[in-house]
Design a protein around this ligand. Sequence first.
Ligand code: 6GU
Length: 230
Amino acid sequence: MRVDVVSIFPSYFDGLELSLLGKARASGILELRVHDLRDWTSDRHRTVDDTPYGGGAGMVMKPEPWGLALDELTSDAGGDAPTIIFPSPAGEVFRQATARQLAVREHLIFGCGRYEGIDERVFEYAATLGEVRLMSLGDYVLNGGEVAAMAMIEAVGRLIPGVVGNPESLVEESHEDGLLEYPSYTKPSTWRERAVPDVLLSGNHGAIASWRREQQIERTRTRRPDLLPE
Ligand code: 6GU
């Protein structure tokens, strides 16, 4: 998979090297390229924003640098059209199911906006170059798309076959089956007067599996009832 990121703060993404994505990149499964939007400006001040038509607070990202960036990053016509993701608190919510959809794409482009947003015509133009998706991490506001893009890239990258060592560890985690994960314990069997649940020491694999399932359902009911069917 190829992932291009366009941002005015490309150094934000240095941290992705440290996550498990470093392995994916080293092995060639994931090619991550981070670009500075200002490389597609041509004025002396490398301007990427301007005042909003109609007035209002804040600045809007100009369309021209975005157009040139998208042209260049989508120009190698081979393969499927890219999926162009604009992190935005006004987008659809990014879920594990979204990560699974994106993990099978050949080419993702993340366009990270700052200021009050990106000129709306950029999204229309991007739709002529690929599949456009505005994606939100959740119902709160960040200063820009960078942190959200990092979260999305990590969620997608770890689902690419071969990135996480043990495929079972993917199946058993929170959200993969629509439920939260069951609680985990390790040695010692008693710690600060707290004992590990007996069933986990019983060696009875059927009983352990049922207990874990019950725990998943109970946790989901108390912590995330919105995930359960009506
Ligand atoms: Cl994707 N962007 C910004 N700026 N804020 C957010 C977000 C994205 N998701 C949640 N809050």
